[in-house]
Design a protein around this ligand. Structure first.
Ligand code: BGP
Length: 480
């Protein structure tokens, strides 16, 4: 009989939790902060669920000490947060705003004082509006140097205390939703423009990684990719082609550039044949090859299942998404002649129609290991759900515990399979703003007393899952 024996999680495994500046901080115009594209976008009526915004969010800017104290009480080993570019450089370039440096410096010190490893995300979608106005943001090559300049400011101020860095969070999502689905800023729907903006993001990412290696030689850096592993609907060869097309266009298109420094040939061929390939200038290949990551950051929520999509088949649009939490309201999407998504009859879904698939995480970790052979940091995984606050102020989120326990178990299996996993960050520590889904889609271990209609008192309350994760960390993943 063949078997692979499970080992304990590594002793220094980073049991963490994650957030992003726009979703937790609030204080959107305080202490010299400039406006980001999200500060502007949320003011266009109808773009977010019930027109919610992050003006106050969960007020982490003012309550970070209270939040860090809760993390310490839980025994959290690592906290992943993002830095708002507009707090550091209000106009994207130019003079550094000392108040912004101070805020993050204090947060980092507070974490370290509580033995919590800070994991910094450099860019979690909140581009300075000034750069969008000046040269259309990611659509201009100017962004490459401006992003590098911003990164260098961060390396200089925080590189002494922060070891783990995430360069771009989910480039595939902010580019895809911003330039194709047109549900994120700048609300464009044009695949050609999407591919050019994406190429600039690739170059910005690679250049920032090269600068990091020069300035923070003892640190580790990688991008975080929103990885939804593909499954074929059936063993019908046409479905297998669809599944392979999806791998190429939805995953390798980004991951190969990050990890190998070059575009995957089959996806490139598809882009070229369809007049979608970006303009690549002399020297770009060298920039990509010189900025390889130390690890792959993975944000894992769900898998997607694909079937063949005929040439006159469906494409899908912004209305394909379920942002209300009314189960069963999302629609199929795809590329005619390539693939389309279908329901996977073996999997349950959340109220927002995301598949619940713990084994998909094991599959994700194995595939990444097999193709790229890099260490992996799970930078996000979690369940967005409606939570009920009982009359005696308890939150019995057994469904979240069940979801997370199964995913931790899958990570354990993947480690036994040979994947090198540095850590596991849940999304999220406190409840926070979901970009398009308001405050009702909750992810945290800590309930925040606010909703779409009212900020209430923003009080923090520990959910049952808080105590569960505390036990998981204390037993280094043995007791789930
Ligand atoms: C990821 C983002 C996070 C977070 C999470 C949950 O794509 O990196 O910022 O929002 O997804 O998604 P949602 O809020 O849409 O449920």
């Amino acid at each position: 009989m063949f078997h692979v024996k499970r080992k304990p999680f590594p002793q220094d495994f980073l049991w963490g939790s994650a957030s992003a500046a726009y979703q937790v901080e609030g204080a959107w115009d305080l202490d010299g902060k400039g406006k980001s594209i999200w500060d502007e976008y949320v003011r266009i009526p109808g773009t977010t669920y019930k027109d919610t915004n992050g003006d106050v969010a969960v007020d982490h800017y003012h309550r970070y000490k209270e939040d860090v104290a809760l993390m310490a009480e839980m025994g959290l080993k690592a906290y992943r947060f993002s830095i708002a570019w507009t707090r550091i450089l209000p106009n994207g370039t130019g003079e550094v705003n000392q108040a912004g440096i101070q805020f993050y410096s204090d947060l980092i010190d507070e974490l370290i004082a509580h033995n919590i490893e800070p994991l910094v995300t450099i860019y979690h979608w909140d581009l300075p509006q000034a750069l969008q106005d000046k040269y259309a943001g990611w659509e201009s090559r100017q962004i490459i140097d401006d992003f590098d300049n911003y990164c260098r400011v961060l390396y200089k101020h925080f590189g002494d205390r922060v070891k783990y860095w995430v360069s771009l969070n989910e480039q595939n999502v902010f580019i895809g939703l911003g330039y194709l689905a047109a549900v994120h800023p700048p609300k464009v729907s044009d695949r050609k423009r999407m591919m050019q903006a994406n190429h600039h993001a690739n170059l910005a990412n690679a250049k920032a990684i090269a600068s990091f290696h020069e300035m923070v030689p003892n640190g580790l850096i990688g991008p975080s990719f929103a990885y939804g592993p593909a499954y074929p609907k059936s063993a019908l060869p046409a479905d297998i082609i669809a599944f392979e097309n999806a791998n190429e266009v939805e995953s390798y298109w980004w991951l190969d550039v990050y990890c190998k420094g070059k575009y995957p040939r089959i996806a490139w061929n598809f882009m070229e044949e369809n007049d979608l390939a970006p303009v690549v200038e002399p020297g770009d290949d060298a920039i990509l090859a010189a900025g390889l990551p130390d690890f792959i950051g993975v944000n894992y929520y769900q898998t997607a299942t694909y079937e063949w999509n005929p040439i006159d088949g469906i494409t899908g649009d912004a209305s394909s998404q379920n942002t209300t939490g009314k189960k069963g309201t999302s629609k199929s999407t795809g590329i005619p002649g390539m693939y389309r998504t279908v329901k996977n009859e073996f999997l349950e879904t959340t109220d927002w129609d995301w598949t619940i698939d713990p084994q998909g995480l094991r599959i994700a970790l194995r595939r990444l290991t097999s193709r790229y052979d890099l260490p992996i940091l799970i930078t996000e995984n979690g369940l967005g759900a409606f939570d009920d606050l009982t009359a005696d102020e308890q939150i019995h989120d057994t469904y979240r515990i069940d979801y997370l326990a199964k995913h931790v178990d899958a990570v354990h299996d993947a480690i036994a399979d040979g994947a090198r996993v540095l850590g596991y960050c849940t999304w999220s520590f406190t409840d926070l703003l979901s970009w398009l889904n308001g405050y009702q889609k909750r992810y945290g271990f800590v309930y925040v007393n606010r909703d779409e209609e009212s900020m209430k008192d923003l009080r923090r309350m520990k959910k049952d899952s808080f105590y569960w994760y505390k036990k998981v960390i204390a037993t280094n993943g043995e007791d789930i």
